[in-house]
Design a protein around this ligand. Structure first.
Ligand SMILES: Cc1cc2nc3c(=O)[nH]c(=O)nc-3n(C[C@H](O)[C@H](O)[C@H](O)COP(=O)(O)OP(=O)(O)OC[C@H]3O[C@@H](n4cnc5c(N)ncnc54)[C@H](O)[C@@H]3O)c2cc1C
Length: 375
Protein backbone atom coordinates (compact mmCIF):
# COMPACT_ATOMS: atom_id res chain seq x y z
CA UNK A 1 0.00 0.00 0.00
CA UNK A 2 0.94 3.64 -0.27
CA UNK A 3 0.65 4.96 3.27
CA UNK A 4 0.79 8.66 4.13
CA UNK A 5 1.98 9.79 7.56
CA UNK A 6 0.93 13.22 8.74
CA UNK A 7 3.74 14.63 10.89
CA UNK A 8 7.47 13.87 10.86
CA UNK A 9 8.04 13.99 14.64
CA UNK A 10 9.19 11.05 16.74
CA UNK A 11 6.05 8.95 16.30
CA UNK A 12 5.75 9.69 12.57
CA UNK A 13 9.37 8.80 11.83
CA UNK A 14 9.23 5.63 13.93
CA UNK A 15 6.00 4.64 12.11
CA UNK A 16 7.65 5.30 8.75
CA UNK A 17 10.42 2.82 9.61
CA UNK A 18 7.98 0.23 10.98
CA UNK A 19 5.63 0.46 7.98
CA UNK A 20 8.49 0.20 5.50
CA UNK A 21 9.72 -2.88 7.39
CA UNK A 22 6.18 -4.24 6.96
CA UNK A 23 6.56 -3.86 3.19
CA UNK A 24 4.64 -0.65 2.42
CA UNK A 25 5.50 2.51 0.48
CA UNK A 26 5.53 5.41 2.90
CA UNK A 27 5.45 9.19 2.56
CA UNK A 28 5.74 11.60 5.51
CA UNK A 29 4.20 15.11 5.42
CA UNK A 30 5.91 17.56 7.79
CA UNK A 31 5.20 21.27 8.17
CA UNK A 32 8.74 22.21 9.30
CA UNK A 33 10.99 23.28 6.44
CA UNK A 34 14.08 21.72 8.04
CA UNK A 35 15.06 19.68 11.10
CA UNK A 36 16.79 22.03 13.54
CA UNK A 37 17.92 21.36 17.10
CA UNK A 38 14.45 22.05 18.53
CA UNK A 39 13.22 20.84 21.92
CA UNK A 40 15.36 19.31 24.61
CA UNK A 41 15.00 16.05 26.51
CA UNK A 42 13.46 12.79 25.52
CA UNK A 43 13.32 10.05 28.13
CA UNK A 44 13.34 6.56 26.65
CA UNK A 45 12.56 3.96 29.29
CA UNK A 46 13.41 0.27 28.52
CA UNK A 47 10.02 -0.36 26.89
CA UNK A 48 10.79 2.33 24.28
CA UNK A 49 14.47 1.41 23.91
CA UNK A 50 13.41 -2.18 23.21
CA UNK A 51 10.89 -1.01 20.62
CA UNK A 52 13.60 1.13 18.98
CA UNK A 53 15.90 -1.89 18.94
CA UNK A 54 13.27 -3.73 16.89
CA UNK A 55 13.36 -0.81 14.41
CA UNK A 56 17.15 -1.13 14.19
CA UNK A 57 18.04 2.26 15.68
CA UNK A 58 19.23 1.42 19.19
CA UNK A 59 22.94 1.32 18.34
CA UNK A 60 22.81 4.75 16.68
CA UNK A 61 21.06 6.19 19.75
CA UNK A 62 23.73 4.92 22.08
CA UNK A 63 26.24 7.20 20.35
CA UNK A 64 24.67 10.32 21.84
CA UNK A 65 22.30 9.16 24.60
CA UNK A 66 23.08 8.97 28.30
CA UNK A 67 22.11 5.94 30.40
CA UNK A 68 20.87 7.07 33.82
CA UNK A 69 22.24 4.91 36.62
CA UNK A 70 19.15 5.12 38.87
CA UNK A 71 15.69 6.59 39.16
CA UNK A 72 15.65 8.48 42.44
CA UNK A 73 12.86 10.29 44.34
CA UNK A 74 13.90 12.97 46.84
CA UNK A 75 12.06 15.21 49.29
CA UNK A 76 12.11 18.92 48.51
CA UNK A 77 13.33 20.21 51.89
CA UNK A 78 15.48 17.53 53.55
CA UNK A 79 16.73 15.95 50.33
CA UNK A 80 15.85 12.53 51.81
CA UNK A 81 15.59 9.74 49.21
CA UNK A 82 12.17 8.09 49.25
CA UNK A 83 12.95 5.65 46.44
CA UNK A 84 15.97 4.52 44.39
CA UNK A 85 15.41 2.17 41.47
CA UNK A 86 18.51 0.80 39.74
CA UNK A 87 18.45 1.52 35.98
CA UNK A 88 21.71 1.18 33.98
CA UNK A 89 22.86 -2.41 33.48
CA UNK A 90 20.35 -3.84 35.94
CA UNK A 91 17.41 -2.47 33.93
CA UNK A 92 19.01 -3.78 30.76
CA UNK A 93 19.27 -7.28 32.28
CA UNK A 94 15.73 -7.16 33.62
CA UNK A 95 13.91 -5.60 30.65
CA UNK A 96 16.18 -6.48 27.73
CA UNK A 97 17.03 -2.85 26.99
CA UNK A 98 18.50 0.11 28.87
CA UNK A 99 16.91 3.43 29.81
CA UNK A 100 18.25 6.17 27.55
CA UNK A 101 17.95 9.92 27.90
CA UNK A 102 18.62 11.88 24.76
CA UNK A 103 18.15 15.24 23.11
CA UNK A 104 15.03 15.17 20.93
CA UNK A 105 17.05 16.29 17.90
CA UNK A 106 19.48 13.36 18.32
CA UNK A 107 16.62 10.86 18.49
CA UNK A 108 14.96 12.35 15.40
CA UNK A 109 18.27 12.27 13.61
CA UNK A 110 18.81 8.57 14.41
CA UNK A 111 15.30 7.80 13.09
CA UNK A 112 15.84 9.86 9.92
CA UNK A 113 19.07 7.99 9.15
CA UNK A 114 17.00 4.81 8.80
CA UNK A 115 14.81 6.34 6.09
CA UNK A 116 15.47 7.32 2.48
CA UNK A 117 15.61 11.13 2.35
CA UNK A 118 13.03 11.53 -0.40
CA UNK A 119 10.14 10.04 1.57
CA UNK A 120 9.94 12.93 4.06
CA UNK A 121 8.25 15.93 2.41
CA UNK A 122 9.31 18.97 4.42
CA UNK A 123 7.46 22.29 4.21
CA UNK A 124 4.13 20.47 3.76
CA UNK A 125 1.70 22.06 6.18
CA UNK A 126 -1.51 20.02 6.33
CA UNK A 127 -4.65 22.13 6.13
CA UNK A 128 -7.33 19.47 5.87
CA UNK A 129 -7.97 15.78 5.36
CA UNK A 130 -10.71 14.57 3.06
CA UNK A 131 -12.15 11.17 3.98
CA UNK A 132 -15.26 11.33 1.80
CA UNK A 133 -13.87 9.48 -1.25
CA UNK A 134 -12.50 5.95 -1.58
CA UNK A 135 -8.95 7.05 -0.69
CA UNK A 136 -8.02 9.51 2.08
CA UNK A 137 -6.69 12.78 0.63
CA UNK A 138 -4.37 15.20 2.46
CA UNK A 139 -4.57 18.86 1.41
CA UNK A 140 -1.65 21.20 2.06
CA UNK A 141 -1.40 24.94 2.69
CA UNK A 142 0.31 25.45 -0.70
CA UNK A 143 -2.81 24.20 -2.48
CA UNK A 144 -1.39 20.78 -3.44
CA UNK A 145 -2.81 17.46 -2.23
CA UNK A 146 -1.92 13.74 -1.98
CA UNK A 147 -4.19 10.74 -2.19
CA UNK A 148 -3.05 7.59 -0.36
CA UNK A 149 -4.34 4.09 0.35
CA UNK A 150 -4.13 4.61 4.11
CA UNK A 151 -3.27 7.54 6.35
CA UNK A 152 -1.67 7.77 9.82
CA UNK A 153 -2.10 11.00 11.81
CA UNK A 154 1.12 11.43 13.81
CA UNK A 155 0.75 15.20 13.88
CA UNK A 156 1.08 15.90 17.60
CA UNK A 157 -1.01 17.52 20.32
CA UNK A 158 -2.87 19.87 17.99
CA UNK A 159 -3.39 17.12 15.39
CA UNK A 160 -5.29 18.25 12.29
CA UNK A 161 -5.96 14.56 11.53
CA UNK A 162 -7.70 14.05 14.89
CA UNK A 163 -9.78 17.17 14.27
CA UNK A 164 -10.77 15.86 10.82
CA UNK A 165 -11.86 12.51 12.27
CA UNK A 166 -13.47 13.51 15.55
CA UNK A 167 -13.93 17.31 15.58
CA UNK A 168 -12.32 19.93 17.82
CA UNK A 169 -11.22 18.84 21.30
CA UNK A 170 -11.58 20.68 24.61
CA UNK A 171 -8.49 20.08 26.76
CA UNK A 172 -8.47 21.20 30.40
CA UNK A 173 -5.74 23.55 31.63
CA UNK A 174 -4.10 22.01 34.73
CA UNK A 175 -3.16 25.38 36.25
CA UNK A 176 0.48 24.27 35.88
CA UNK A 177 3.25 25.46 33.62
CA UNK A 178 6.44 23.52 32.92
CA UNK A 179 9.91 24.97 32.47
CA UNK A 180 12.72 23.15 30.61
CA UNK A 181 16.40 23.83 30.27
CA UNK A 182 19.63 22.09 29.28
CA UNK A 183 22.66 22.94 31.41
CA UNK A 184 26.35 22.30 30.87
CA UNK A 185 27.39 19.69 33.44
CA UNK A 186 30.54 21.64 34.37
CA UNK A 187 28.27 24.30 35.94
CA UNK A 188 26.99 21.87 38.54
CA UNK A 189 28.73 20.48 41.57
CA UNK A 190 26.08 18.27 43.16
CA UNK A 191 25.70 14.48 43.51
CA UNK A 192 23.56 12.09 41.42
CA UNK A 193 23.97 13.92 38.10
CA UNK A 194 24.10 10.57 36.30
CA UNK A 195 20.72 9.53 37.72
CA UNK A 196 17.15 10.41 36.76
CA UNK A 197 16.08 12.32 39.88
CA UNK A 198 12.70 13.72 40.81
CA UNK A 199 12.41 16.25 43.64
CA UNK A 200 8.90 16.06 45.10
CA UNK A 201 7.67 19.45 46.38
CA UNK A 202 5.46 20.27 49.39
CA UNK A 203 2.49 20.57 47.02
CA UNK A 204 1.89 18.70 43.74
CA UNK A 205 2.49 21.84 41.65
CA UNK A 206 6.18 21.99 42.65
CA UNK A 207 8.61 19.37 41.36
CA UNK A 208 11.96 19.26 39.66
CA UNK A 209 13.12 16.45 37.37
CA UNK A 210 16.69 16.18 36.20
CA UNK A 211 18.69 13.67 34.15
CA UNK A 212 21.79 13.49 31.93
CA UNK A 213 21.78 14.14 28.17
CA UNK A 214 24.51 13.97 25.54
CA UNK A 215 26.39 11.11 27.26
CA UNK A 216 26.29 13.03 30.54
CA UNK A 217 27.94 16.19 29.21
CA UNK A 218 24.68 18.10 29.63
CA UNK A 219 22.00 17.97 32.31
CA UNK A 220 18.33 18.41 31.54
CA UNK A 221 16.22 20.31 34.08
CA UNK A 222 12.41 20.32 34.20
CA UNK A 223 10.28 22.08 36.82
CA UNK A 224 6.66 23.13 37.23
CA UNK A 225 4.84 25.95 38.96
CA UNK A 226 1.18 26.83 39.46
CA UNK A 227 0.17 29.72 37.24
CA UNK A 228 -3.22 30.75 36.09
CA UNK A 229 -2.38 33.41 33.55
CA UNK A 230 -0.21 31.46 31.09
CA UNK A 231 -2.06 29.28 28.62
CA UNK A 232 0.44 28.69 25.77
CA UNK A 233 0.88 24.99 25.09
CA UNK A 234 4.09 25.31 23.08
CA UNK A 235 7.49 23.57 23.12
CA UNK A 236 9.46 26.65 22.12
CA UNK A 237 8.18 29.73 24.03
CA UNK A 238 10.82 31.32 26.29
CA UNK A 239 10.16 31.71 30.05
CA UNK A 240 11.63 33.81 32.86
CA UNK A 241 14.25 31.86 34.82
CA UNK A 242 14.07 34.25 37.80
CA UNK A 243 10.35 33.65 38.15
CA UNK A 244 11.15 29.92 38.30
CA UNK A 245 13.91 30.30 40.89
CA UNK A 246 11.61 32.41 43.09
CA UNK A 247 9.04 29.60 43.26
CA UNK A 248 11.72 27.20 44.51
CA UNK A 249 13.41 29.52 47.03
CA UNK A 250 12.61 27.20 49.97
CA UNK A 251 13.96 24.01 48.35
CA UNK A 252 17.04 22.02 49.36
CA UNK A 253 20.32 23.68 48.26
CA UNK A 254 21.07 20.92 45.71
CA UNK A 255 17.69 21.42 44.05
CA UNK A 256 18.19 25.19 43.94
CA UNK A 257 21.65 24.72 42.43
CA UNK A 258 19.99 23.05 39.44
CA UNK A 259 17.81 26.09 38.78
CA UNK A 260 20.65 28.52 39.44
CA UNK A 261 22.58 26.84 36.63
CA UNK A 262 19.82 27.37 34.04
CA UNK A 263 20.63 30.27 31.71
CA UNK A 264 17.47 30.14 29.62
CA UNK A 265 14.23 28.19 29.97
CA UNK A 266 11.27 27.36 27.76
CA UNK A 267 7.82 27.57 29.31
CA UNK A 268 4.72 25.61 28.39
CA UNK A 269 1.24 25.35 29.89
CA UNK A 270 0.19 21.79 30.77
CA UNK A 271 -3.19 20.55 29.61
CA UNK A 272 -4.93 17.22 30.24
CA UNK A 273 -7.18 15.34 27.85
CA UNK A 274 -9.32 12.29 28.44
CA UNK A 275 -8.46 9.10 26.55
CA UNK A 276 -10.13 9.02 23.13
CA UNK A 277 -12.77 6.28 22.74
CA UNK A 278 -11.69 5.66 19.10
CA UNK A 279 -8.54 6.29 17.09
CA UNK A 280 -9.47 5.07 13.61
CA UNK A 281 -12.13 5.78 10.99
CA UNK A 282 -11.95 3.57 7.90
CA UNK A 283 -8.49 3.88 6.36
CA UNK A 284 -7.29 6.67 8.67
CA UNK A 285 -5.82 6.18 12.14
CA UNK A 286 -3.93 8.18 14.77
CA UNK A 287 -0.66 7.63 16.62
CA UNK A 288 1.32 9.25 19.46
CA UNK A 289 0.31 12.61 20.91
CA UNK A 290 -2.40 12.93 18.27
CA UNK A 291 -4.44 10.26 20.09
CA UNK A 292 -3.04 10.11 23.65
CA UNK A 293 -1.38 13.39 24.62
CA UNK A 294 -0.29 13.23 28.25
CA UNK A 295 1.22 15.43 30.94
CA UNK A 296 4.91 14.55 31.33
CA UNK A 297 4.85 13.15 34.90
CA UNK A 298 5.60 9.54 33.89
CA UNK A 299 7.93 10.68 31.08
CA UNK A 300 6.16 8.35 28.63
CA UNK A 301 4.89 10.63 25.80
CA UNK A 302 7.57 9.72 23.26
CA UNK A 303 7.79 6.13 24.58
CA UNK A 304 4.09 5.52 23.89
CA UNK A 305 4.39 7.00 20.37
CA UNK A 306 7.33 4.67 19.61
CA UNK A 307 5.48 1.63 20.97
CA UNK A 308 2.46 2.61 18.82
CA UNK A 309 4.66 2.70 15.73
CA UNK A 310 6.03 -0.80 16.28
CA UNK A 311 2.59 -2.29 16.96
CA UNK A 312 1.13 -0.46 13.94
CA UNK A 313 3.84 -1.90 11.68
CA UNK A 314 3.05 -5.41 12.92
CA UNK A 315 -0.70 -4.90 12.49
CA UNK A 316 -0.20 -3.82 8.85
CA UNK A 317 2.24 -6.53 7.82
CA UNK A 318 0.90 -8.33 4.74
CA UNK A 319 -2.28 -6.20 4.75
CA UNK A 320 -3.75 -4.71 1.56
CA UNK A 321 -6.33 -1.99 0.95
CA UNK A 322 -9.23 -4.35 1.61
CA UNK A 323 -7.88 -5.25 5.07
CA UNK A 324 -6.52 -1.93 6.28
CA UNK A 325 -9.59 -0.71 8.20
CA UNK A 326 -9.73 -3.86 10.31
CA UNK A 327 -5.92 -3.85 10.74
CA UNK A 328 -6.19 -0.29 12.10
CA UNK A 329 -8.82 -1.52 14.57
CA UNK A 330 -6.54 -4.36 15.68
CA UNK A 331 -3.76 -1.83 16.24
CA UNK A 332 -6.02 0.51 18.19
CA UNK A 333 -7.42 -2.34 20.30
CA UNK A 334 -3.92 -3.53 21.12
CA UNK A 335 -2.83 -0.06 22.25
CA UNK A 336 -5.77 1.83 23.74
CA UNK A 337 -5.95 0.30 27.23
CA UNK A 338 -2.24 0.66 27.84
CA UNK A 339 -1.96 4.23 26.62
CA UNK A 340 -5.11 5.25 28.56
CA UNK A 341 -3.63 3.78 31.74
CA UNK A 342 -0.41 5.72 31.23
CA UNK A 343 -2.32 8.90 30.30
CA UNK A 344 -4.39 8.68 33.49
CA UNK A 345 -1.41 7.59 35.60
CA UNK A 346 0.57 10.61 34.37
CA UNK A 347 -2.23 12.90 35.43
CA UNK A 348 -2.17 11.37 38.95
CA UNK A 349 1.51 12.38 39.29
CA UNK A 350 2.44 9.75 41.90
CA UNK A 351 4.61 7.53 39.63
CA UNK A 352 7.40 5.90 41.69
CA UNK A 353 7.11 8.53 44.41
CA UNK A 354 7.58 5.92 47.15
CA UNK A 355 9.17 3.18 45.05
CA UNK A 356 6.82 0.54 43.62
CA UNK A 357 6.91 -1.82 40.69
CA UNK A 358 7.63 -0.28 37.27
CA UNK A 359 7.41 -3.58 35.35
CA UNK A 360 4.02 -2.99 33.71
CA UNK A 361 5.41 0.10 32.01
CA UNK A 362 9.07 -0.77 31.44
CA UNK A 363 8.55 -4.50 30.74
CA UNK A 364 6.16 -4.10 27.77
CA UNK A 365 7.43 -5.63 24.52
CA UNK A 366 5.88 -3.82 21.53
CA UNK A 367 7.39 -6.27 19.06
CA UNK A 368 5.53 -9.19 20.69
CA UNK A 369 2.40 -7.71 22.35
CA UNK A 370 -0.95 -9.28 21.42
CA UNK A 371 -2.50 -7.74 18.32
CA UNK A 372 -6.15 -8.08 19.09
CA UNK A 373 -7.85 -6.96 22.27
CA UNK A 374 -6.07 -5.26 25.14
CA UNK A 375 -2.28 -5.72 25.17
C1 LIG B 1 9.09 21.28 18.18
C2 LIG B 1 8.86 20.24 19.24
C3 LIG B 1 9.68 20.20 20.35
C4 LIG B 1 9.47 19.25 21.37
N1 LIG B 1 10.29 19.24 22.45
C5 LIG B 1 10.12 18.29 23.40
C6 LIG B 1 10.98 18.25 24.52
O1 LIG B 1 11.90 19.05 24.66
N2 LIG B 1 10.75 17.28 25.44
C7 LIG B 1 9.74 16.38 25.33
O2 LIG B 1 9.58 15.50 26.20
N3 LIG B 1 8.90 16.40 24.29
C8 LIG B 1 9.07 17.34 23.32
N4 LIG B 1 8.24 17.37 22.26
C9 LIG B 1 7.12 16.44 22.20
C10 LIG B 1 7.51 15.04 21.98
O3 LIG B 1 8.39 14.95 20.91
C11 LIG B 1 6.21 14.28 21.74
O4 LIG B 1 5.39 14.41 22.88
C12 LIG B 1 6.37 12.84 21.59
O5 LIG B 1 7.56 12.48 21.05
C13 LIG B 1 5.22 12.25 20.78
O6 LIG B 1 5.58 12.29 19.42
P1 LIG B 1 4.57 12.58 18.26
O7 LIG B 1 5.28 12.16 17.03
O8 LIG B 1 3.25 12.00 18.56
O9 LIG B 1 4.37 14.16 18.26
P2 LIG B 1 5.42 15.30 17.89
O10 LIG B 1 6.80 14.87 18.22
O11 LIG B 1 4.89 16.53 18.50
O12 LIG B 1 5.36 15.38 16.30
C14 LIG B 1 4.29 15.93 15.58
C15 LIG B 1 4.83 16.41 14.25
O13 LIG B 1 3.72 16.80 13.44
C16 LIG B 1 4.03 18.00 12.81
N5 LIG B 1 2.78 18.72 12.53
C17 LIG B 1 1.87 19.18 13.41
N6 LIG B 1 0.86 19.82 12.75
C18 LIG B 1 1.17 19.72 11.43
C19 LIG B 1 0.52 20.18 10.25
N7 LIG B 1 -0.62 20.88 10.28
N8 LIG B 1 1.10 19.89 9.04
C20 LIG B 1 2.27 19.17 8.97
N9 LIG B 1 2.93 18.75 10.06
C21 LIG B 1 2.37 19.01 11.27
C22 LIG B 1 4.90 18.76 13.84
O14 LIG B 1 5.68 19.75 13.24
C23 LIG B 1 5.73 17.61 14.40
O15 LIG B 1 6.92 17.42 13.70
C24 LIG B 1 8.40 18.31 21.24
C25 LIG B 1 7.56 18.35 20.11
C26 LIG B 1 7.79 19.29 19.11
C27 LIG B 1 6.89 19.32 17.88
Amino acid sequence: MKIGINGGGIGGMAAAIALRQAGHDVEVYEQATSYGRVGADINLTPNAARALASLGVLDALKETAAQPTHRISRMWDTGEETSRLPMGEEAEKKYGAPQLTIHRADLLNALRMKLPENIVLLGHRIESIDTTGANPVVRFADGTSRGVDALVGADGIHSPTRTALFGPESPQFTGLVSYRSVVDRSKLNIPNLDAFTKWWGPTPDLQIVTFPLNRGREIFVFATTAQDDWRHESWTMPGDVNELRKAYAGFHAEARALLDACETVTKSALYVRDPLPRWSVGRVTLLGDACHPMVPFMAQGACMAIEDAVVLGRALKGVDVAGVASAFLNYENARKDRTARVQIGSRGNEWLKQGGNADWVYGYVASAAALTGPA
